[in-house]
Structure formats: structure tokens, C-alpha cells
Write a protein that binds this ligand. Structure first.
Ligand SMILES: [Zn+2]
Length: 162
């Protein structure tokens, strides 16, 4: 695919975009673009961008990474999109919980509503993985090796101090 004038499109994985709507808010919302389509309307090229965090816009403005910082950084949902293993520690460094998720933004919102010990969490370490299978495998191994306080232990490996 190339632009109407024959030049290649920008590198979409490096691109970020903002919407006219979000730019009017106090802190400009900048999203990472996951896919971008171009269509011609009234002889002008227009973009349809889908963001990593699941949103989309047909008012995409293409920015470079260098443009992002003055706008306040990228959207927190885009920032946490993708597969992660995460370790939760309290303010003494005690390992409370190890989990994995493909949507940390929603996962942490869910923890905040449903997890009784969530207020004890002082620090969350996030480790990215390229796939769900790799994130889940890393989570299983880490739980076995590190015995976090609030994870259920697999059968046969019951916590002696529980
Ligand atoms: Zn976003």
C-alpha cells in the first residue's frame, strides 16, 4: 500500500495519533495506533485509526514519538495493552500476588472492586510478554518459585505456612 503521491505510508507501529476531540481536553490524549486505513474523500486522503487500547477514530492526526512527550505521554490504556505478568508487593516489599493479563487497565480496575487485599498493594512490577501463552507460562513458573501470599498454590504444593 502506498500514498496517492506514490510515497510509502509512515511506519504505523511507530505512529501515534490524537483525536480532535481528545485534544480539546485538559491533558491531550495520545493513543498508539494498532492499524490504520486510508480512504479518499473529496479528493483528500483521510485516515481511520484503530488504537491498541481498542478505541478508534476517523480524525487521526499522525504524530511521531518525539511529538508525544509535550502532549503528556500516551494514553494509559494503550500503555498497558498487550500481555503482561505482574507482581504486587506491599510497602515492605512482601510479594502479595502474581498474575497475568492481556488488559491490565481492566484487570486492575477489577482488582480494585473485588480483591480484599488490593489496598495493601504499594508497588506493581509489570513484565511484558509477546503472547498470552508466554505470559501464562511465566506466571505459573513464578507462582511456584516465589509463593506469593495470596495466590492459590497448585495441588500437591500447598503452602506449609498457610
Ligand atoms: Zn489509547
Amino acid at each position: 500500500m502506498s500514498a496517492p503521491d506514490g510515497k510509502p505510508w509512515p511506519s504505523f507501529t511507530q505512529a501515534v495519533c490524537k483525536t480532535g476531540l481528545a485534544a480539546s481536553s485538559r491533558r491531550m490524549m495520545v493513543h498508539r495506533v494498532e492499524s490504520l486505513r486510508c480512504y479518499i474523500r473529496d479528493g483528500r486522503a483521510e485516515f481511520w485509526a484503530e488504537w491498541v487500547c481498542g478505541g478508534s477514530t476517523n480524525r487521526a492526526v499522525i504524530l511521531t514519538e518525539a511529538d508525544v512527550e509535550p502532549l503528556g505521554g500516551i494514553c494509559s490504556r494503550c500503555e498497558t495493552a498487550g500481555w503482561f505478568m505482574y507482581r504486587c508487593r506491599d510497602n515492605n516489599g512482601l510479594l502479595l500476588y502474581i498474575g497475568s493479563s492481556g488488559n491490565l487497565y481492566l484487570r486492575f480496575k477489577n482488582h480494585a472492586r473485588n480483591t480484599p487485599w488490593w489496598p495493601d498493594v504499594a508497588d506493581i512490577e509489570k513484565v511484558p510478554y509477546p503472547s498470552e501463552a508466554e505470559a501464562r507460562a511465566a506466571e505459573r513458573h513464578a507462582i511456584l518459585a516465589e509463593s506469593p501470599l495470596h495466590n492459590k498454590q497448585p495441588a500437591g504444593r500447598a503452602r506449609s505456612a498457610a
